[in-house]
Design a protein around this ligand. Structure first.
Ligand SMILES: [Cu+2]
Length: 148
């Protein structure tokens, strides 16, 4: 099957699908990708003046791996009270020196940090608090897989 045909098939299937079914399919895809080389990493880029993607959805029973990269020309901050707070548990991060005070990661141009964490269901907003960087914000929505 050609790639274009595969995409068309997906469109036809997903047009009439129930949200619950989408989560099941998403979960199965996730399971397969886990078996084929570890959980996927979601890349978030910071630049002037936005994070992309700004909205991320995930499920509670899978560790979320985030690679946050500053692709801009200015220093940016990835700050999240909730993500670095008690509701979420950061399993590891690289490089270790980059995680700084006040639940924030400061990233110079070209720098990146990779985080892996588990979190209970809820909304985890993040933003850049540097003056003038209004609008650099986003959120991670963690859903309880069993209730979807
Ligand atoms: Cu910024």
């Amino acid at each position: 099957m050609k790639f274009g045909e595969w995409i068309d098939l997906q469109r036809r299937i997903f047009r009439n699908a129930q949200p619950g079914l989408l989560w099941v399919i998403g979960f199965l895809v996730l399971q397969v990708s886990c078996e084929w080389g570890g959980p996927p990493t979601i890349m978030v880029t910071a630049e002037e003046f936005r994070f992309s993607p700004a909205r991320i959805e995930w499920v509670t029973d899978q560790p979320l791996r985030l690679l946050i990269r500053n692709q801009g020309r200015e220093r940016h901050v990835f700050h999240s009270q909730e993500l670095f707070g008690p509701e979420a548990k950061v399993l590891w991060h690289q490089p270790r020196v980059a995680l700084q005070e006040a639940n924030a990661v400061v990233l110079e141009p070209g720098q990146s940090i990779e985080l892996s964490f588990t979190a209970s269901a809820g909304l985890y907003p993040f933003r850049c608090w540097i003056k003038g960087h209004t609008g650099m914000e986003g959120a991670i929505l963690i859903k309880d897989f069993s209730s979807s």
